[in-house]
Ligand binder design. Sequence first.
Ligand code: NAP
Ligand code: G4F
Length: 356
Amino acid sequence: MQNIALITGINGQDGSYLAEFLLERGYEVHGLLRRHSTVNTSRIDHIIKSDYHKIKFFLHFGDVTDSSNMMRLIAEIRPTEVYNLAAQSHVGISFEVPEYTADATGVSTLKLLEAIRVNGGNCRYYQASTSELFGGLPETAPQSETTPFFPKSPYGVAKLYSYWITVNYRESYNMYACNGILFNHESPRRGENFVTRKITLAIAGIIAGTQEKLSLGNMNAKRDWGFAGDYVAAMWLMLRQSKPDDYVIATNETHTVREFVEAAFAELSIEIRWQGTGVNEKGYDAETGKLLVDVNPEFYRPAEVEYLWGDSTKAEKELGWKRNVDFKGLVKMMVDADLQTVAGMTAEDYKRGRTD
Ligand code: NAP
Ligand code: G4F
């Protein structure tokens, strides 16, 4: 039987990696795309230009907040697997647009599950849940499937609804529905206003001479950062089990934002010398004394998740999942990619120039 996947959020970071992953495994892949006033398919343009397009790869205009749209697409596509990745996914911005976030990141999950149920309910469903569910209980780290939830943002609260409605449809209607509780995962395709990509883009801009310095918010926050390409494999594995369940996906390692900054500059052999604390903290190039990093309170959040550190033992044991890219490998991949695009050089070119 032909595997047919529907991916919401296909042009997002994860959607693009997942589409590649499924196409390589012979799937017919359908993606939901919102209409924008400008084209925003840059992450999937290589697929659109490939032989897959309109043979194995199909895009449909739609919006997960539109239930009639979801009903029709499920009825027409008849997917065997649905990956619900669409969301207003920025935690900081969810404080600016809380009601929209509740709709797009929360209630839309119900609309999709209901469209699947009404159309027979027999496809497998993946819900993009998040470590933001754990939120604000530092004493519970590392966090696993049994750690209590305590979301700290409109995004986290919306995702909490999505998590439980997924469990509820599994239990009430015997649907094969899973939550992947994924910790932060990044890549060169990460949105530009998430902290890792903001850092690597800023470093590339500083080297290219188009940006003066990097301004950040809370650098004490700790995150468990993995590579998005590794994490989409876990989504697929969750839908391959004899019964549906929920799984934490993480690297089992945690780092502060400050450590990410240091590691990213270190890829260019730039050592950061820190001075001051809080809003007065500044990072200087230890060799030249140039100011490279400062703090702008504009990037602080009304409430912060200070400490995320995942324990993915269950997924490793039951799904056989493991990550391939470690923290250093991830930082290097992102620095290299942005340096090449923004400054047109490799890290080696830069380091050679600095010592000449
Ligand atoms: P992303 O790059 O921000 O992509 C989000 C996708 O959702 C985009 O394709 C976006 O399309 C789409 N979308 C937003 N609102 C929509 C709507 N109303 N209707 C249809 N599509 C809509 O996010 P990501 O990093 O790939 O993450 C994928 C999912 O995993 C998200 O649900 C996120 O919350 C969750 N998650 C991510 C992480 C992580 O660290 N990356 C960790 C845990 C969970 P537009 O381009 O049109 O906005
Ligand atoms: O990169 P971030 O914006 O990611 P955050 O808030 O952890 O959320 C991401 O991961 C979640 C999984 O845990 C996903 F569910 C969610 O969709 C998203 O993908 O921020 C990481 C940390 C935060 O503590 C933030 O306060 O970095 C801190 N930070 C410090 N300065 C900053 C900045 N974050 C951003 N975006 N921009 C800053 O200038």
